[in-house]
Design a protein. Sequence first.
Length: 288
Amino acid sequence: MSGRLGPRGVPFALSAPALALFALMVLLPLVLTTLLSFQQYDHERGVQSGFTLASYAHVLGDSYYYEIFFRTGWIAALTTLLCVLIGAPEAYILSRMGRPWRSIFLLVILAPLLVSVVVRAFGWSLLLGPNGVVNQLFELLGIGRLKMLYTPTAVVVALVHVMLPFMVIPVWTSLQKLDPMVESAALSLNASPWTVMRRIVLPQITPGLLSGSLIVFGLSASALAIPGLLGGRRLKMVATLIYDEYLHELNWPLGAAIALALLVVNLVIMLGYNAVLEGAYAKRMGRG
């Protein structure tokens, strides 16, 4: 095989099935969605053939869509920040555990991934509802019942619960490359625990934080089930708006335009975040 293809052709030949699957499952739907977003729509006749920018003009010219995109962005950013603040220490503690506790707690962290997102969303709706366990606890503490269901608080809490494993695993994987004896050596040389965390542990987990943050932000910004079930009809996010346009309004070109706008915004934010954080990491490691 290598004799017929040459040394440079072998990698392409080996990756051809994966590339073909990627083109079929990702690129082709993306191209079809792009073409759909430029088609015309009539409320009586539905989708019509023809090229138009009406859907994009409608999205860019209405402040209603800016509000939904802004809400989606800050909810996804807050979810990512909370996952970092909770997941990084959790991954550090997990990396310092011995057997069999490490395996047990790793299973506990990954267990939510075995349950459907819809089931978890319904579970949180029961917990955060007016008569839920959380409000009953608040009532016992004298705080009184709070309105949490169908608010951004409920959406963020549920998203953190769902996305936390996607932050813990990359950070924990990065920590596997760090020898605990390095920390012990730094402490024996009179380095403070804060110095050890800042100069030894943090640079090591930065790649894991970067990849985990990108995954959590991307999935949170495009989440559908949790905002739809815990946010209700009034607290719309971009994914629920796309769902409504496709299945309720039947305005497929507008739904496709909103979906592509979400994709572009996500790419800009994630690539910018990646460039800034990777640049700071390279400078800190002396490679800038």
